[in-house]
Write a protein of this length. Structure first.
Length: 87
């Protein structure tokens, strides 16, 4: 039986931070375009923010699964995207 993990909440985080958070629990990130360039090449150099994710935070998925994210470059509109708390 495959090991399952809980999907972290990535929305509102910089893509590089979201990538590390996903990797910590054994998940990867994918963009909405499976035939396009990878997230690393689409978000470097620069600062990009996660605006949505699928599956949603709190979902249970198999370790090794991909979280599909959408993102915008810093400075672009992020209306409705929560800002992470700084505690």
């Amino acid at each position: 039986m495959a090991e399952t993990v809980i999907v972290p909440d990535l929305v509102g985080q910089p893509v590089h931070v979201a990538r590390d958070a996903a990797a910590t629990v054994g998940l990867g990130l994918a963009s909405g375009d499976p035939d396009g360039p990878g997230i690393g090449s689409r978000t470097w150099p620069g600062l990009f923010w996660v605006t949505s994710q699928e599956p949603p935070a709190g979902s249970s998925v198999e370790r090794g699964s991909q979280i599909r994210i959408e993102f915008v470059e810093d400075g672009q509109a992020r209306a409705g995207v929560p800002v992470p708390s700084r505690t």
